[in-house]
Write a protein of this length. Structure first.
Length: 690
């Protein structure tokens, strides 16, 4: 149903003259309304109790400052008359209608728009003076300044003439209440205006606002001024170039130690950084049918929500693939992009976006397809996150993508956790390092958003500090002691594990996703609940741990950019460019669960457009064993040598460097390197200057 109100008129006069009440101001008769030229009008037709008809047109004049009501009675000739009366009153003001073409009677009434909306009520009188009413025995009654609006767009929209159109969807509702209120300090009455019936409002349209529950809360809505975007610009970065920092803005800035100014938004507006918004469009805070209606359940619960819901879930699950719910979601997403310059979205609880009302998966969910091909949204980054706050699940699933949807890669996190704990097949690690081809073969590695920790589950420092039985699904390892420790051997192992987590994250094909607080050792004391995450303590940024971790992250990020030919790819590496080895250049023991060592040799593709192009090889060793392993490095072409860039077992600041000495030992024409327990090593080939 749709409901339309006029543009705000000039302030009303202090008092009204005449015998009619203020809700129906005195009419001023004028020439017949030129209905064809009216910019905005409403038309009504009534049947009379003597089988006649009455046509009425209501139109705004002078930009909403006034209204004209034209009444035409076909077939009455000069024998009848009009009586204008106040609704609910027996008094009336007789009018002298003018003859119109076709033997009709016609009259035009003009009203000041300052008191709109109101109603005009009138009767007909035959030649003998007898009253003629509608076929229902009531007065002829039309609204002025409010009437049937447009069904689209849904919600509130303003037309060029300043009129407001309200439209909501409901297949079963018989009415809707629109709450109107003045701004603070503006004076006047606050009113709720119910729309009742399928045609026009009845006599009960004016209701004291204080009788509407929570009406004062509605009046607290703020009309914030528009933000000056100034230097803001879209960086237009392709997927493969991204490094994502996942932050809870409230917890990121809440602590006083942040020292952030009030105008921090303008500080960041000029940076070439993308903003990806995490959204939940699968459920609302409204409870079931037994709970108080707060939102769309009161409009049309059977359309917006899945009736059965989820067993044990107190939230209301949205029927996302119903056309009206789909439109609500699309409008909201476009609003964020067009009005707030958001660059993309991560959709939490993505498995529920593919379900039908019965809970079954749809092969082509209408909502996801609409987002993928929407002219506005298709230009943004759209990411599906399988984590569900409803049933606290986090399981990868086949997701319809049309080669446009990226995904948060849960399998990456699980397999890396298992490997560094010493419980995974090295074949699983190899799959994740190469971009998870088992999940993204039809899209490419750039559609895989990889992570090792997130805003739910264990933080990075907790992954290496807690491993009690109830944390089995996290595949964490406490490195020999549960919880905080002062044992130097335990602390050194934990530090190696943290470095290895970050190293594997950045040398894997796909998009690395860092979680807020991991760079400064943020802990939730072993809790996996996102509710237990506290504010970020910015004082920790001055510690040696933070300098070490943030420096390592900066180095790895720069390495990805420098070797974009390997790490920032839209396509997978070719099989002939990757070689896998065990410790002595033998075939890896892929299916041996006790094998915790793997080496990866990458020969970059040469640029066919650049004659005699040369690109340096990479050799990467991963050791999740409890003891050191002597790794043999492949022989290089004459004039080249291996340089060590990373060894996560070494002390800071020497465990990563772009200008490191070889530190290798030559054995029988080959090179070997001692890879310490629970560590990773990266070598890059370099030509030796003659």
């Amino acid at each position: 149903m749709a409901y339309s109100l006029p543009a705000p008129p000039a302030p009303p006069p202090a008092s009204w003259r005449g015998g009619l009440p203020p809700r129906c101001p005195p009419p001023r008769c004028g020439p017949l309304l030129a209905r064809a030229a009216a910019a905005r009008s409403w038309r009504y037709r009534f049947r009379t109790d003597d089988d006649g008809v009455v046509d009425v047109a209501v139109a705004g004049k002078d930009g909403g400052a006034g209204y004209a009501v034209a009444v035409e009675v076909p077939g009455r000739g000069r024998e009848g008359g009009l009586v204008l009366r106040a609704a609910g009153s027996g008094e009336g003001v007789p009018l002298a209608p003018a003859p119109a073409p076709g033997g009709a009677l016609a009259a035009e009434l003009s009203y000041d728009g300052a008191r709109a909306p109101f109603h005009v009520s009138f009767l007909l009188a035959d030649a003998a003076g007898a009253k003629v009413r509608t076929h229902r025995g009531t007065s002829f009654r039309v609204p002025v300044g409010v009437g049937r609006g447009r069904p689209a767009p849904l919600g509130l929209s303003l037309s060029e003439d300043g009129a407001a159109n309200f439209a909501v969807y409901s297949k079963s509702a018989k009415g809707v209440v629109l709450c109107l209120f003045h701004g603070r300090g503006a004076g006047g009455d606050e009113r709720a205006r119910p729309v009742i019936g399928n045609f026009v409002p009845d006599d009960t349209v004016n209701v004291d606002g204080h009788s509407v529950p929570s009406i004062r809360c509605l009046a607290s809505l703020e009309n914030a001024p528009g933000y000056n975007w100034g230097r803001d610009k879209h960086p237009c970065l392709p997927l493969e170039k991204l490094v994502v920092y996942r932050a809870n803005v409230d917890l990121f800035t809440k602590d006083k130690s942040s020292g952030l100014p009030d105008n921090v938004a303008s500080t960041f507006s000029g940076l070439a950084a993308k903003v990806l918004l995490e959204v939940v469009f699968t459920h609302t805070a409204e409870g079931g049918a037994e709970c108080q209606m707060m939102s769309i359940r009161g409009i049309d619960g059977s359309s917006y929500y899945i009736a059965d819901g989820i067993v044990g879930c107190k939230a209301s699950v949205l029927n996302c693939n119903h056309p009206v719910t789909q439109k609500l979601i699309l409008d909201s997403l476009r609003h964020w992009v067009l009005d707030f310059h958001v660059d993309g979205f991560s959709f939490i609880n993505a498995p529920f976006l593919v379900r039908d009302p019965g809970g079954d998966g749809l092969p082509r969910p209408p909502l996801l397809e609409a987002i993928a091909f929407d002219p506005v949204l298709s230009k943004t980054k759209i990411i599906a996150d399988p984590w569900s706050p409803l049933d606290i699940s986090n399981v990868q699933f086949p997701f319809p993508h049309w080669k446009r949807w990226a995904e948060i890669n849960t399998r990456f996190s699980m397999d890396v956790h298992k490997f560094l704990k010493g419980e995974a097949l090295i074949s699983d690690l190899a799959t994740r390092l190469c971009g998870s081809g088992d999940l993204f073969s039809s899209r490419g590695p750039a559609f895989s958003f990889n992570y090792v920790s997130r805003n739910s589950g264990l933080t990075l420092v907790d992954l290496v500090s807690f491993s009690s039985d109830e944390l089995g699904s996290e595949f964490s390892w406490n490195c020999g002691e549960e919880g905080p420790s002062e044992n130097n051997a335990v602390l050194q192992t934990r530090l190696r594990q943290i470095r290895s987590f970050l190293f594997i994250l950045f040398v894997s094909l796909g998009i690395p996703v860092l979680n807020m607080g991991d760079e400064c050792g943020h802990s939730a004391a072993g809790s996996t609940s996102y509710k237990d995450r506290g504010p970020l303590n910015w004082k920790a940024m001055k510690t040696m741990f933070v300098k070490e971790v943030t420096g390592f992250i900066s180095f790895l990020s720069a390495l990805r950019s420098r070797r974009a030919d390997i790490f920032q790819r839209r396509e997978f590496l070719k099989l002939e460019n990757i070689h896998w080895y065990g410790s002595d250049l033998s075939e890896p023991r892929w299916e041996d669960p006790t094998s915790n060592f793997l080496c990866m040799h990458i020969n970059p593709e040469l640029d066919e457009n650049v004659p005699d192009s040369v690109r340096d090889d990479l050799y990467i060793c991963f050791n999740a064993n409890e003891e050191s392993v002597s790794a043999t490095l492949p022989a290089l072409a004459e004039g080249s040598m291996w340089l060590r860039l990373v060894d996560t077992s070494l002390a800071f600041p020497g465990f990563f460097s772009s200008e490191s000495s070889p530190k290798v030992h030559q054995v029988l024409g080959f090179f070997s390197y001692q890879v310490k327990a629970h560590s990773c090593v990266l070598f890059e080939s370099k030509r030796v200057l003659s």
